[in-house]
Design a protein. Sequence first.
Length: 172
Amino acid sequence: MALLTIRTIPDPILRLKAEPVDGVDEDLRQLLSDMAETMYANDGIGLAAPQVARSVRAIVVDARDKEERGDPEGLLRLVNPVIAEAEGTVCFEEGCLSVPELRADVKRHERVLVKAIDADNEPVEIEAEDLLAIVLQHEMDHLDGILFIDHIGRLKRELYLRKLRKEASKNA
Ligand code: ZN
């Protein structure tokens, strides 16, 4: 197990479309457990492989209450996930480990059916609603190079990016 470094914007790897995985091997299983460890260490509820500089279609999600988190039974490790069905609309204040110091309301589907393969290379289907559905959509966006700031108002996004650039030039 190892803690991985989380990439933050404007790292270009966050904007790439991640490659599909051709079967889960030992290397990918290791990546998934390192991602889970990194997610828990950062108090995250989801993490996508591009956030740790691996441009492959793999995510980990644990959106349960604090007391239940960490129990491996409820940790989702999903490879090549796709949204097969979606319905309803929900608005929720999101944040992202790759987008520091910003939280903003994002509109997403309220319920989704996600199909993927799990860490044992078996097909899985997950029916999710509310927070779990939101996190799944957020993490799957990462696999297409999409960040939650792409779903917020242009003005809010530009103010945030301007602030980031200012801080970066201060630290340069
Ligand atoms: Zn994120």
